[in-house]
Design a protein around this ligand. Structure first.
Ligand code: GDP
Length: 468
């Protein structure tokens, strides 16, 4: 009987796997964006709103009442950390709601949906299960793709040249200059340099620079302290001897490429079907023209990962398989009155068009939009010396007080922000934006105050609607 049991269990397993493969489609949805772009809030809110579907009218399957259940299940990958949905939701929905901990590394969550199919099949068959595997990962890690094409010497030269004039880099550049790179490796010297370079990256990031690679220096995950991230850019000496600091740095750079960057692309990136790239465009616009320019470049670099033709390693890895849809979304749109949202979408479209013009996304369908995964504000038009001013009202994180703000307008023509015409270095969103740090609102707003998100349902429709 043991054998018979085993056999029948085996048959069951095979049938399970087969039925999953044939009848239970799996959508792997990648969620990325640079640090603080809003990935954690986006995923938490997307899952919460899919589980409680009354607030997703723009998702057609939900509006049609075809989704009969949505539930979390164990994810398929046993060695990838699970996205901590419950903790993040608890933070957002507690007595005193607060923003959850941000993304620090890759994580995954499986949400399964019971869906009644449409069309011919719909009438004949019962509901089927569609699995949505959400993969959260830092955009910084995607930027590392550019490192693969470079030797340590080339990378060092690029970086040192690029950061040469930045005040944030002064300390590191002095440190690098004072280092004798042909000396025999002393570990504390290597550690000191890596530390110095990491501090530069942190400051550059705060100052609004986005080209902050290697990605693991800012978000090391479980690599903190390992040799693969204990290196830094140094000018190439003539004939560096074996065992010299420079040679060892070179070896570690190669280890970073081979043992950190490539496995990430192979194990996570290569398996994604649909992708959303989140961008804190408002934050960059508020920081000023240099931050916008830098964001524009970082976005083009991130998106270049989705045109594998450009990169030999990726082309080999993907073997023609490709991301089917890419959504490019400006987050935190609840900082603006809806009368400004079309302009924000226009800016995202312009950003995306530019990246797309340089090379197409190998057939991926793309869309740009402005959204807020969690609306922390309500709209209010106040009278300002006789003229109506479109404001948003929210509870400030700092004082806990409710207040209405006018962050300023966005340009009607994106070219004034992004194009060559931006030379005038006009600034935007420089009214109240600085102080607009809102606490998250309770997930349910009062009737009449609208849904608890802005266009999250439209984002879901674009990303997964065709599969439901
Ligand atoms: P991550 O680093 O990409 O995971 O970013 P998070 O999801 O942690 O978001 C970073 C911060 O942006 C949060 O702590 C919030 O302050 C803010 N934020 C994110 N999404 C929203 C949103 O929809 N509305 C508002 N008002 N703030 C948001």
């Amino acid at each position: 009987t043991d054998i018979a049991d085993g056999l029948s269990r085996g048959v069951e397993n095979v049938t399970d796997t087969l039925s999953e493969a044939f009848f239970e489609p799996v959508i792997r949805l990648g969620v990325t964006g640079l640090s603080r772009a809003g990935k954690t809030v986006f995923i938490t809110s997307l899952v919460a709103n899919l589980m409680d579907r009354g607030r997703m009218p723009g998702l057609l399957a939900a509006a049609d009442g075809r989704i009969s259940a949505a539930f979390l299940q164990p994810q398929p990958d046993d060695t990838v950390p699970r996205f901590d949905y419950e903790a993040h939701l608890a933070a957002l929905t507690g007595e005193a709601p607060r923003w959850p901990e941000s993304t620090r590394a890759v994580s995954e969550l499986r949400l399964s949906l019971r869906v009644q199919p449409t069309g011919l099949l719909g009438g004949l068959s019962g509901p089927r299960t569609v699995h949505l595997d959400i993969v959260d990962y830092p955009g910084e890690w995607l930027l590392d793709l550019a490192l693969l094409d470079k030797t340590y010497a080339e990378w060092s030269e690029d970086v040192l040249q690029r950061i040469g004039a930045r005040p944030q880099a002064e300390a590191y550049l002095a440190q690098a200059k004072a280092t004798d790179t042909v000396d025999k490796l002393e570990e504390p010297v290597a550690q000191g340099l890596a530390q110095g370079f990491t501090e530069y990256l942190q400051e550059a990031r705060l100052a609004g620079f986005y080209d902050c690679t290697p990605g693991r220096f800012l978000l090391p995950g479980d690599l903190a302290g390992s040799p693969a991230i204990t290196f830094a850019p140094l000018p190439a000496p003539d004939n560096p001897p074996r065992k010299s600091l420079w040679r060892e740095m070179e070896r570690r750079f190669e280890a970073y490429k081979g043992q950190v960057v490539k496995p990430f692309f192979r194990d996570h990136f290569a398996r994604i079907d649909r992708q959303v790239v989140l961008v804190d465009a408002l934050g960059a616009i508020h920081s000023g023209p240099q931050a916008v320019e830098d964001m524009r470049r970082a976005m083009a670099d991130i998106l270049s990962a989705f045109r594998p033709g450009k990169n030999a390693f990726l082309s080999r890895l993907l073997l023609g398989q490709r991301v089917e849809k890419i959504l490019f979304a400006a987050t935190k749109a609840d900082h603006l009155h809806h009368s400004q949202h079309a302009r924000l979408t226009g800016i995202m479209n312009a950003l995306m068009r530019e990246a797309r013009d340089r090379a197409d996304f190998a057939g991926a369908e793309t869309q740009a939009m402005a959204l807020a995964a969690l609306r922390a504000t309500v709209e209010e038009t106040i009278d300002h010396d006789g003229t109506p001013l479109d404001c948003v009202r929210g509870r400030l994180l700092s004082s806990g007080k409710q207040a209405a703000f006018y962050p300023g307008d966005l340009p009607e023509d994106p070219a004034r922000l992004l194009g060559p015409a931006r030379e005038g270095a006009e600034t935007w969103l420089d009214a109240d934006y600085e102080v607009m740090s809102f606490a998250p609102a309770k997930l349910s707003l009062k009737p009449g105050e609208g849904p608890p998100h802005i266009r999250l349902d439209r984002a879901a429709q674009f990303l997964i609607g065709d599969k439901l």
